[in-house]
Design a protein around this ligand. Structure first.
Ligand code: F6R
Length: 588
């Protein structure tokens, strides 16, 4: 949450470079944006509420040092004043921040007494005044370090000053990555934003402070005081993967990439899955943990492991995992599932599990992310950069990797490859013109409804949860995902004439019981949309999905993505940046 981008180098359009970087990061927060540039011993700031859109920074002066921020508001409403960067009283220090300064009030009271003047309601502005205060009696870098050490919470800051031709950046918990490109250096909260400039990066570790100039980057651990030698990494992503190309938006691009990604995962071999399966076999307690859509991948993983390999796994939502800790031991294995690898609820779970001695395996999309680095075993999802806030290809990538793992656990890795190949083909069919237009037409019919219910059993239960999540998240229609058997235990009371119900009915052992759920809806006037390998008279609408065995959940999820997407367009909304949300949830 919150996008950060900084540039220092020989080019004099630093503010424009930063604004372009912010546009690539806008999915991390789009309540407001701001840029600060240093020129002739002055800091010039431009900040505005709303998305960047066609805004420019032409009115900022030529500069070789600039930074910027896109905000997802926590402390203080969405106003121009609360947008970052924030400056000190003298206007000679500017700062951007990601995270929450938990104990800011205590310092704000002290700083007000000392005569500091505040212009915003944010926790962030307190940091810059604290630095200003400390800098009266020590060098600026020491003042930044002292202020950062005073802050409770998980934070990343970057500081600019008229007195320096470098940035000072520190992180603890919130992501920051340095990008190196001969004679110019960059800082960003997400490596995908660096791709137009460089693939050579260093992910700052916790408590590392970087002083970054155009030709140098000095890194020191502020806890140990020791200099850190940056172990540079090369990003494997390509710039085109992070661009919209000819698509209308990132969500449609990412939806359409899926059959290729799944086919690639199927073709990537089963060596890693077999190695990890061999470790998993030895553990008495296996946990699958994720948040949001990744938690549905965890639920699907539980079904896949038990159905295919007869292996039990415990599942937990990231933010709830802290309440399962009593059962963790040194023999436990926790598979933490995350697209970004920066979700705070997941990182906190991992920290707690590690403290109990458990081993952490990461199923993660971003190489070098915090989760990636924390884990002893890593499976890269391989979905490429995901920029739409609503997760699509990363989720089907997670499901694909979990399918391979389940078959490897069962000792039948080739069968996993086969099933995934079928899933890739089935997804391709869903995305073909006829199916696509049928789903678009259906969205046109449903665009004014108030509620949608989605039902499934077994592996279709997480599909139902995901369908409801996608619909509510981007189209703002209330949607609820249910285990079909639960209908009669309460939710049926809400069904009246015309209530839409999406029923996932794959060709497996759940078919008959799922159909019974659809019939219960129909009997009360429900409008039943069947997602299945064959039509049935109970369906008012039918979407065909070719069977792919246990991996049929993957094309089923893609149907749900497309429906949510077209509902969103039909309601005139932006699918990439839904209100109140942001990608990469780095706060608790
Ligand atoms: C839903 C969605 C979120 C994420 C969740 C976890 O479309 O995108 O629910 O799945 O915030 O994010 P990661 O996978 O980055 O940990």
């Amino acid at each position: 949450m919150c996008g950060i981008f900084g540039y220092v180098g020989k080019k004099t359009n630093a503010a424009e470079i930063v604004l372009a970087g912010l546009k690539r990061l806008e999915y991390r927060g789009y309540d407001s944006w701001g840029v600060a540039a240093v020129s002739k011993n002055k800091i010039f700031v431009k900040k505005k509420i709303g998305k960047i859109g066609s805004a420019t920074v032409e009115d900022l002066p030529a500069s070789t040092l600039a930074l910027g921020h896109t905000r997802w508001a926590t402390h203080g409403g969405v106003t121009d004043q609360n947008a970052h960067p924030h400056a000190d009283c003298s206007g000679t220090i500017a700062l951007i921040h990601n995270g929450i300064f938990e104990n800011y009030e205590e310092y704000k009271v002290k700083l007000l007494k000392l005569g500091h003047r505040f212009t915003s309601d944010t926790d962030t502005e307190v940091i810059v005044h604290l630095i200003e205060e400390y800098a009266q009696s020590m060098p600026l870098t020491d003042a930044v370090e002292k202020a950062f050490k005073a802050m409770h919470g998980l934070n990343a800051i970057i500081v600019l000053s008229t007195k320096l031709d470098t940035f000072i950046a520190i992180r603890n918990g919130s992501p920051l990555v340095l990008g190196f490109s001969g004679g110019e250096n960059f800082l960003a909260s997400d490596p995908a934003a660096l791709l137009p400039h460089t693939k050579t990066v260093y992910f700052l570790g916790d408590n590392e402070m970087a002083i970054v100039g155009s030709k140098t980057a000095k890194i020191r651990n502020i806890q140990t005081g020791k200099t850190v030698r940056a172990q540079k990494q090369t990003l494997t992503w390509d710039i085109h993967q992070a661009e919209k190309g000819n698509y209308r938006d990132f969500m449609s691009k990412e939806i359409h990439e899926q059959s290729g990604i799944i086919a690639d995962i199927a073709a990537s071999g089963t060596g890693l899955a077999q190695r990890i399966a061999a470790h998993i076999k030895k553990t008495p307690h296996l946990y699958l943990v994720g948040c949001g859509s990744a938690s549905y991948a965890a639920i699907a993983g539980e079904y896949l492991f038990s159905k295919i390999a007869g292996r039990h796994a415990n599942i937990a939502i990231g933010s709830e995992f802290g309440y399962h800790l009593d059962f963790l031991t040194r023999q436990s294995v926790v598979i933490a599932i995350s697209q970004s690898g920066e979700t705070m609820d997941i990182l906190e779970s991992v920290k707690k599990a590690k403290a109990k001695g458990a081993q952490i395996y990461a199923l993660v999309n971003v190489l070098g992310s915090t989760l990636y680095r924390e884990a002893t075993e890593k499976i890269l999802i391989g979905a490429g950069p995901e920029k739409s806030v609503a997760s699509t290809k990363a989720l089907t990538g997670m499901l694909s990797q979990l399918t391979l793992l389940a078959y490897a656990l069962a000792g039948k890795p080739e069968e996993g490859t086969l099933v995934l190949t079928l899933a890739a083909k089935s997804v391709k069919t869903v995305l073909e013109k006829t199916q696509d237009s049928a789903i678009r037409k259906l969205a046109g019919k449903l665009k004014h409804v108030q509620h949608i219910y989605t039902i499934g059993r077994g592996l279709s239960y997480p599909a139902a949860l995901e369908a409801a999540m996608k619909i509510k998240e981007i189209s703002y229609i209330h949607a609820e995902g249910l285990a079909a058997g639960e209908l009669k235990h309460g939710p049926l009371a809400l069904v009246t004439r015309g209530t839409p119900c999406i029923a996932f009915l794959p060709d497996d052992e759940t078919y008959g019981a799922n159909l019974a759920g659809a019939m219960e809806m129909k009997a009360r006037g429900g409008f039943v949309i069947g997602v299945s390998h064959k039509p049935h008279e109970v369906f008012d609408e039918y979407i065909n999905v070719q069977d792919a065995g246990p991996a049929t959940i993957i094309p089923n999820v893609v149907v749900a993505q497309l429906l949510a997407y077209y509902l969103t367009l039909a309601r005139g909304l932006d699918p990439d940046m839904p209100r109140n949300l942001a990608k990469s949830v780095t706060v608790k």
